[in-house]
Design a protein around this ligand. Structure first.
Ligand SMILES: *Cc1c(COP(=O)(O)O)cnc(C)c1O
Length: 382
């Protein structure tokens, strides 16, 4: 064993003792909601494929046709030879969908935020974050060298206090929030944050990874608000892979010239771009499908006596990491996949089950999940 192996083994042992070790479990998708894991068929209430578009025959056909026409990969950074015409078409489609002048597609949502935040802010600037923003916004903020300050989750008054106290000492200021919080399922006060940003000469970034395809007829949480940077992913409700930001032409041109995660990373594969274009067409033309994930989440919160769901994500906070794992395991025995979420993804003491709802979940399965969950939770508490 080298000292590196010793180090890794020691860290792993400590994590295991605290119920914080994570393991990959091979999982095969069977259709929009069913998957196979450990030789067992499960109904998934864990996927972010809210509209089941990753398995949609039309989206699959678009991806296959793009591979047949253009090959499997983009072959280079977009600034070298990787700027496939499908990427421009996807960007025009995204800009029209979000009502902005332009859009920039990145290799993933994580790469998008890491690049956007670190490119637009630097040492002289202030980055103000909701305390629960996604990891990739933190990555961008830390890379930027800017002063990073948080405000209490969804607390506009606290955000205003922080701005009054700190804004004047910095050159530029970027406020960033998730539109739908990925582990809590609640919505940011986007309009209020846009007003604050305007009042304090700050820029607003909203990460709508879980909003697009679900909220406001599928348009997400930013529609109708003054949001400078409308960021999102192609990898969740759109069923494909990749990230993007919709913004003014000047901002997009600047990011395409300077964002390191864009400049030094290979362009998105043609199949991912073609799948996303088809998925956007479906989101815009099938409002009945778009309404279903939220309706299903609301059926569940009603059955469970929980506050009404605001998105397709419903957390069941159990506190202790071991208990969250035990509950998730018990539900697997009942034929459900419901992920246990532990620190550092969520704050210590707030381990939870994260239950997600999709268009194709049969109401009878949602009812069975609610029944099983109540029985399992009672048994664990006893
Ligand atoms: C999943 C997620 C991302 C990252 O997107 P990927 O395309 O999966 O890299 C960014 N922000 C939020 C809020 C997310 O939930």
């Amino acid at each position: 064993m080298t000292s590196l192996d010793d180090f890794a083994r020691g860290e792993l042992d400590q994590l295991e003792a605290r119920n914080l070790l994570r393991r990959l479990v091979p999982t095969a998708r069977e259709d929009g909601i069913r998957l196979t894991r450990n030789g067992r068929a499960l109904v998934s209430f864990s996927c972010n494929d809210y509209l089941n578009l990753s398995q949609d025959p039309r989206v699959r056909a678009a991806a296959k046709a793009a591979i047949d026409a253009h090959g499997a990969g983009a072959c280079a950074s977009r600034l070298v030879t990787g700027d496939h015409p499908l990427l421009g078409a996807l960007e025009r489609r995204l800009a029209a969908f979000k009502g902005t002048q332009a859009a920039c597609v990145f290799g993933s949502g994580y790469l998008a935020n890491a690049g956007i935040v670190s490119t637009l802010t630097g040492k002289a600037d202030l980055v103000l974050l909701d305390e629960l923003v996604h990891s990739c916004i933190w990555t961008g903020a830390r890379l930027s060298g800017a002063r990073v300050v948080t405000f209490r989750h969804n607390d506009l008054a606290h955000a205003a206090d922080v701005l009054r106290e700190h804004r004047a000492a910095f050159a530029n200021c970027l406020i960033a929030t998730d539109g739908v919080f990925s582990m809590d399922g609640d919505l940011a006060p986007v309009g209020g944050l846009a007003d604050l940003a305007r009042a304090h000469d700050a820029w607003l970034l909203v990460d709508d990874a879980h909003g697009v395809g679900i909220i406001d007829g599928g348009r997400g949480t930013t529609a109708g608000h003054g949001v400078d940077l409308r960021m999102g992913t192609l990898s969740k409700a759109l069923g494909s892979y990749g990230g993007y930001v919709c913004a003014s032409a000047a901002v997009v041109d600047y990011l395409k010239t300077r964002a390191r995660t864009f400049v030094y990373s290979t362009g998105l594969p043609p199949a991912s771009a073609a799948a996303a274009i088809e998925a956007l067409r479906i989101v815009e033309s099938e409002p009945e499908r778009v309404a279903l994930p939220l309706a299903h989440a609301r059926l569940f919160t009603k059955l469970m006596g929980l506050p009404e769901a605001q998105s397709s994500i419903v957390p069941i906070i159990v506190g202790d990491a071991g208990r969250a794992l035990a509950l998730s395991k018990a539900l697997e025995d009942d034929g459900f996949l419901v992920g246990a979420i532990r620190p550092p993804t969520v704050p210590p003491g707030t381990s939870r089950l994260r239950v997600t709802f999709t268009a194709e979940h049969p109401p009878a399965e949602i009812e069975r999940l609610a029944r099983c969950l109540q029985i399992r939770a009672r048994a664990l508490a006893a």
